[in-house]
Write a protein that binds this ligand. Structure first.
Ligand code: PEP
Ligand code: MN
Length: 673
């Protein structure tokens, strides 16, 4: 089943959320909600593909129309694909176990307070405070465990945030409905199932022209359900006329439009869609699944603050809007390549030319400031090399990416028109440096990539993303470059795949690239690691390339020529990348399931390999007359895996159970062989 992310204004549990679940949920689709602070961000999220569709309030039976929202539809070139009406029923919500006498403060949107004034007249002890967002207060009460404070919000907020409803339907006027528009990048096709349209137009300033234009609809049996004039910003006393209309036969609408077009100076059809149900049962709820309520006697859970910051609330610009596709690979992936270090002007230019010629990347990387683990190696040319990159950009059109480690680096890069900055693994580990870099980039529209820190620490990596995001940067990418661990490995940095997978689970909106160069440290392992990254649905690569890899001044063993890279990329199986929706037929669930299948297959192969070695050990023990059961060794195995599992977020009981089974099977094999 297709999975849909619906952008709403406000937080989960708001009336927008009710509208979204009612409208999109009723079609049997599996949806999740993207919370947006403003209507503008809502439209942007739909326009840039961060959300599949949006749900946006357009008018309320008491407060009237939300005129600027029409302008947003036009500005973002979005279409109306449906509508739904929601009754605004204001309930009084608070943490469980309290009565209305325990409540000293109610925080809510001024409009909600106004509509519930009569109710609160009876409760003089309650202090009314204006706030931005009604359901947002319900959320805050739960997250911050606020006793004595109540919110005014709908039933969904009570369910989601597990609050008690102290009083229902506080509003004086029960005929309080909001009309919401379902909006999308793509318009509905003309079809008999649709009986309503929203259009906007402008007619000449001459007498009778508006009346004449509207009479066309009358002649064609179209019923105008709403007409509204909207000032055109910057052109005083000129208006756009917005009209909603319904019909019995869509060919009447088509005929009316044909006649109408020549009369209008400007005509915009916002969409044709099915008229929403207005006679909704005043108390109808729809089914949603929420967590089981907490044990009422248990202390209230205060939700983990780190989750509160980012999860589910990021407004990331879709990478497709700022990174062009690379020619040599399928277009659902980001591809970055270039030398570890900028060595000479000629090397920078020649590598760029060959990357452009082979089409292996659309973004060029080169280190200018090289943070080396040990002193005494080549540490980069510094600002002197930035003009080389400017020239490479002018000549090839590739976007330029440079690693930065200080605020000064950021400023130097911005002065030289560098498009993307990245925070290297050694820097991500230092929140002070990351903050300085983020602050230096504030207010610019530079792209930022955050490499995982050297240590296998997911929170540090997410913290890096968060600092940059909070500085207002919304062109963001994560890079998985492996970790320095005690595990012995043929690789320079251990991939520890579980960490990038957790990163993606926590920050599903951030594209995640793999850096097989710095993971492997050796060119012969690049393809193996790159394939694994694709199998796990990663969104592309940053791979080092050099015109003369063996003589590279840094990281020689892992670099390849652009041509060798082109060949390598051609050998990979490009599994669907996570978060792509160009594969209309491949839902997110399918992508995740095929990743699981590949991992399970590998898991069974590993088990078979393990049992093979177990048999060899069995033969050794027999030959040397050793006991098959070696308790100290067994204890050591268990301790190592428990420690590893703990770091990777696996439960102790789970690891114990699995290894107990493996051990039992191993002993049985050795007994019988
Ligand atoms: C690099 O990209 O050249 C680099 C130094 O990488 P990392 O920060 O991953 O070590
Ligand atoms: Mn390098």
């Amino acid at each position: 089943m297709a999975h849909h992310r619906i952008a709403i204004q406000g937080v989960a549990g708001s009336f927008h959320d009710i509208a979204a679940r009612r409208y999109f949920g009723s079609t049997g689709q599996d949806i999740d909600i993207l919370e947006c602070e403003t209507f503008d961000q809502l439209c942007e999220a739909v326009a840039n593909n961060t959300a599949t569709a949006g749900m946006m309030a357009i008018e309320n039976t008491i407060a009237g129309s939300i005129l600027p929202n029409y302008a947003l539809l036009q500005a973002y070139n979005l279409s109306v694909i449906g509508e739904t009406y929601v009754r605004i029923q204001h309930n009084l919500l608070a943490l469980p176990g309290q009565t209305i006498d325990d409540i000293h403060t109610v925080q809510a949107h001024p409009m909600a307070l106004l509509q519930c004034r009569d109710f609160f007249a009876k409760y003089r002890h309650i202090h009314l405070e204006e706030a931005f967002d009604t359901a947002g207060i319900a959320k805050k009460i739960r997250y911050e465990n606020l006793r004595g404070v109540a919110a005014i919000a709908g039933y969904l907020a009570a369910e989601l945030y597990q609050l008690d409803t102290l009083a229902e339907s506080l509003e004086s006027n029960k005929q309080n409905f909001t009309r919401f528009l379902a909006i999308s990048r793509t318009a509905n096709p003309i079809s008999r199932e649709y009986n309503k349209a929203s259009i906007g137009f402008r007619v000449a300033h001459t007498s009778g022209s508006l009346a004449d234009a509207l009479s066309i609809f009358k002649r064609n049996h179209i019923n105008l359900t709403k007409i509204q004039s909207i000032p055109i910003i910057g052109v005083p006393y000129e208006y756009m006329i917005h009209v909603d209309m319904v019909w019995d036969d869509i060919s009447d609408f088509q005929q009316a439009l044909r006649e109408f077009k020549p009369q209008a100076l400007e005509l915009k059809v916002f969409g044709v869609y099915k008229e929403g149900e207005k006679n909704i049962d005043l108390t109808t709820k729809h089914r949603i699944s929420v967590r089981e309520p907490d044990d009422p006697d248990a202390p209230h859970e205060v939700l983990e603050p780190s989750k509160k910051h980012l999860d589910g609330r990021m407004h990331i610009q879709s990478w497709r809007q700022w990174i062009p596709p690379a020619r040599a690979i399928p277009q659902d992936y980001i591809m970055i390549s270039g030398p570890c270090s900028a060595e000479t002007e000629e090397q920078v230019l020649e590598t760029a030319r060959r990357i452009a010629a082979t089409g292996v990347a659309s973004v060029y990387r080169a280190g200018i400031w090289k943070p080396r683990t040990r002193a005494g190696g080549f540490e980069g040319h510094g600002t002197k090399a930035l003009p080389w990159l400017q020239r490479a950009k002018a000549e090839t059109g590739l976007l330029m990416a440079v690693e930065v480690a200080t605020a000064q680096h950021v400023e130097d890069c911005l002065k030289h028109g560098i498009d993307i900055l990245w925070i290297g693994a050694r820097t991500t580990g230092n929140p002070f440096s990351v903050q300085d870099i983020a602050d230096a980039a504030r207010g610019t529209d530079v792209g930022m990539m955050v490499k995982n820190p050297i240590s296998p620490d997911l929170e540090l990596w997410i913290g890096g993303i968060e600092r940059v995001y909070r500085a207002g940067i919304n062109k963001l990418i994560g890079i998985h470059r492996g970790f320095s661990t005690h595990e012995k490995s043929k690789f320079r940095n251990h991939p520890t795949w579980a960490i990038p997978m957790q990163f993606r689970e926590r920050l599903p909106d951030i594209p995640l690239l793999n850096d097989p160069s710095h993971i492997t440290g050796k060119r012969e392992f690049l393809a193996e690691v790159a394939q694994k990254a694709l199998d796990l649905g990663m969104n592309g690569f940053i791979i080092e390339s050099h015109i003369d890899p063996d003589n590279a001044w840094t990281d020689a063993a892992q670099q390849v020529t652009p041509e060798a890279l082109q060949e390598l990329l051609a050998t990979l199986v490009w599994q669907p990348a996570y978060g792509t929706n160009t594969h209309q037929d491949t839902s997110k669930l399918d992508i995740l399931r095929s990743a699981i299948d590949r991992l399970d297959a590998e898991f069974v192969e590993l088990l078979a390999a393990r049992m093979h070695i177990v048999r060899e050990i069995g033969a050794y023990k027999r030959y040397h007359n050793m006991d098959i059961l070696q308790p100290a060794r067994w204890e050591e195995i268990m301790q190592k895996r428990l420690a590893q599992g703990g770091k990777l977020g696996l439960g102790e009981e789970f690891i114990k159970a699995i290894f107990a089974d493996i051990h039992r099977e191993s002993l049985a094999l050795q007994e019988s062989s």
